[in-house]
Ligand binder design. Structure first.
Ligand SMILES: [Mg+2]
Length: 305
């Protein structure tokens, strides 16, 4: 199978030492590649092209290689044929499109950070699943005045570096885009508007007759399973083959949508997520996703004009 391997530096350049390490240690010694061609995408990103019979095996070799010494670059392997076929991108929101976790912003707003953090810790220890931890955290929000809540939180949201450029370029390429968030709809809608996305899905908080949060959510919970379903729903609506969809996220509840689409990118994710995701990106800009799709700096500049 014709395969592409992309190396993206976490810094400004990829040195010759790194490229030699990739070609000698990884390609020749570990993957037993006898011949390859290559191309520079940018001072920070480099492509290698070769034929390989077992992509999954190569991917696991690369994961071991990448994690063994904490190398300051990411290595992404994918079939060459489908690399630029992407028709749909679905993004997680918290710690992916934005730097923050919305539940923590609300907790800070209501001065209940300690209580929310305690539930987060229990969830991370595996004591609570996503739905349980969401229900417990939302219950803590009961009584908060919702009148100005969302407007105040919108001011606090910081869009992740490179996201505006990435979404602008993808839009130019005719890609359909969605934010699928386990957070809350007013902010997901806001992010959708800021970035010109096509869809926003997230959870809805119940409000009582005095415009105070009632401590519940309304409707279907957006969790990992629902994110994967939504990917399929949106793809179906646009006649897009799910194989041409890419999911981008940082959390364990993003893994299922990554597997449901044809490709997934773990963005500065937890180790467990990095281990299971099709690709990992640990740089400081989501614009680097465009290197994964094979665009050179020159092409990216054209797309962003
Ligand atoms: Mg997240």
């Amino acid at each position: 199978m014709s395969t592409t391997l992309t190396v993206i530096s976490h810094f400004h350049t990829l040195s010759q030492v790194v490229l030699d390490e990739i070609t000698h240690t990884l390609l020749i010694d570990q993957l037993s590649i006898e011949s390859y061609t290559d191309k520079r995408l940018s001072p920070r990103a480099h492509d290698f092209y070769f034929d390989i019979s077992d992509l999954n095996k190569a991917r696991s070799t690369i994961k071991t290689f990448s994690s063994s010494t904490g190398r300051p670059y990411d290595i992404i392997i994918q079939p060459s044929a489908t690399r630029q076929n992407k028709k749909l991108f679905v993004f997680d929101m918290d710690s992916t499109l934005i730097y923050q976790e919305v539940i923590e912003l609300i907790a800070a707003y209501a001065d209940i950070e300690d209580k929310v953090a305690e539930i987060t810790t229990r969830a991370m220890n595996g004591e609570l699943d996503f739905n349980q931890s969401l229900a417990e955290r939302v219950a803590l929000l009961k009584g908060i005045d919702a009148t100005n809540l969302w407007e105040e939180l919108k001011e606090k949201i910081v869009i992740t570096k490179g996201v505006r450029e990435l979404t602008k370029a993808l839009k130019r390429l005719g890609v359909t885009m969605a934010v699928l968030s386990g957070g809350f709809i007013p902010l997901a809608e806001y992010v959708k508007g800021e970035l010109g996305l096509d869809y926003a899905y997230a959870n809805t908080l119940g409000v009582d007759e005095h415009k105070r949060l009632d401590g519940t959510t309304i409707g279907t919970i957006v969790n990992g399973d629902r994110k994967a379903e939504l990917l399929l729903e949106i793809a179906g609506k646009h006649g897009i083959d799910p194989k041409d969809a890419v999911a981008v996220g940082d959390g364990a509840n993003d893994l299922k949508m990554m597997r449901t689409g044809g490709f997934g990118i773990a963005w500065n994710a937890k180790p467990k997520v990095q281990l299971e995701a099709p690709a990992c990106l640990n740089t400081d800009s989501l614009q680097d996703v465009l290197y994964i799709l094979g665009y050179t700096d020159e092409e990216i500049n054209q797309l962003l004009k």
